[in-house]
Write a protein that binds this ligand. Structure first.
Ligand code: PLP
Length: 382
């Protein structure tokens, strides 16, 4: 792994080394948190402390955390908590992650009314569209905070204000997977009702995430069993995962501002060097974007071929999102109005604040490979 220049941190991140200490402690305190003897009760106490510390780190003390197997499950719980009864509606955005989008599609296939909010050509949801789409029939709006393919940031506070001014009963769910630790998140001032997080995007282990739920908001379980997680998510707790998630949230939130500044400099230096190489590209990550994610499109290049050519230089990137990389098209870039040629030639580069990069070397290598591929295409056409 250490030989690679890993630039796919929106897909997953390298776990913090400190997690091995958490694992060691967990191994000697492995008791089932539901058991009633003292060592087990101590584990239960640790879980409850972690729940509270996550709420505090996210400014969500007026709510509760339900631990899940990840963001996909948290998003599914959120969207399964509404009852549309064929006459009410759910609004999701056209560029939402499949964990929201495909759940909405499933509800639609079951006969429910789903409204898809379009985006501007930066991939952000427009306030005016939200104004026009929300009505007294809107039960829930689910909008992502930061887009996982372009880094586009939705103005969640303004969106919440508009929605609540039209229909105060509308429940607002936000997928915050790519936002936590990357930009400032304060759940109380944002005004959201539910917020999804995932550990493996912030240097935690895979298979653990959470849904934050504001007090008074009703959710429905999608898994039934022994009644853990207040009955909302049965199953013996992933204790190592929960403690690790708590650790990672604490660290990335505390270091968020300095990390943001570091990554902003890296992004700017990378784009500057790419430009100096005289290679034409379209930057799909506009002004209001998280600097951690850069989506770029090149004309007359297949993103997948470029990905493999870069891999031969030990540079690991992605085409679009990891979840859709085997599919030929890209829903997000399409919604942003890109043509097929640019969609085909799109790549995603995503940084970690806990790594260092030789951006000149990365940009030079990408530019050389892009020019080589464009030469081959020109040769084939000539
Ligand atoms: N939501 C967003 C915005 C994501 O980027 C991802 C990961 O790709 C998910 C949800 C799914 O997260 P998990 O892998 O924890 O289920």
């Amino acid at each position: 792994m250490d030989n690679f220049i890993y630039l796919d941190n929106a897909a997953t991140t390298k776990p913090f080394a400190e997690l091995s200490k958490i694992y060691e402690d967990y191994s000697s305190n492995f008791y089932n948190p539901s058991a009633v003897y003292n060592p087990a009760v101590n584990v239960k106490v640790l879980i409850e402390d972690t729940r509270r510390s996550i709420c505090k780190a996210l400014g969500g003390e007026q709510g509760n955390i339900i631990f899940t197997s990840g963001a996909t499950e948290a998003n599914n719980i959120a969207l399964s908590s509404i009852n549309l009864r064929g006459k009410y509606n759910l609004i999701v955005s056209l560029v939402d992650h499949p964990a929201v989008f495909n759940k909405a599609k499933q509800l639609q296939n079951a006969g429910e009314n789903i409204i898809y909010a379009p985006t501007d050509n930066n991939g952000t949801v427009r306030l005016n569209d939200i104004k026009n789409l929300v009505s007294d029939k809107t039960v829930m709006v689910s909008i992502m905070h930061v887009n996982n393919e372009t880094g586009a940031i939705n103005d969640i506070k303004q969106i919440c204000d508009v929605i609540k001014s039209i229909n105060p009963k509308t429940v607002i769910h936000v997928d915050g997977v790519q936002a936590v630790g990357k930009i400032k998140v304060d759940l109380q001032s944002l005004g959201v009702d539910m917020y999804t997080i995932s550990a493996h995007k912030i240097n935690g282990p895979k298979g653990i995430g959470a849904l934050w739920v504001k007090k008074g908001i009703k959710i429905n379980p999608i898994v039934y069993g022994g009644g853990q997680e207040q009955g909302y998510r049965s199953g013996t707790e992933n204790v190592f995962g929960i403690l690790s998630l708590g650790y990672c949230i604490g660290k990335v939130v505390a270091e968020q501002e300095q990390n943001y500044n570091k990554i902003q400099l890296i992004k700017n230096a990378f784009l500057q060097q790419l430009t100096l190489n005289n290679v034409q590209f379209k930057l799909n990550s506009g002004n209001n974007c998280s600097p951690y994610i850069i989506s770029l499109s090149f004309n007359n290049v297949r993103g997948e071929v470029l990905l493999h050519n870069l891999e031969s230089h030990n540079i690991l990137i992605s085409t679009g999102s990891a979840c859709s990389s085997r599919k030929p098209d890209n829903r997000t870039l399409k919604a942003m109005g890109l043509n097929d040629n640019l969609i085909m030639g799109s790549i995603r580069i995503s940084f970690s604040a806990y790594d260092n990069y030789d951006v000149n070397n990365i940009a030079d290598t990408i530019a050389t490979e892009v020019k080589n591929l464009q030469k081959i295409i020109r040769g084939n056409n000539g």
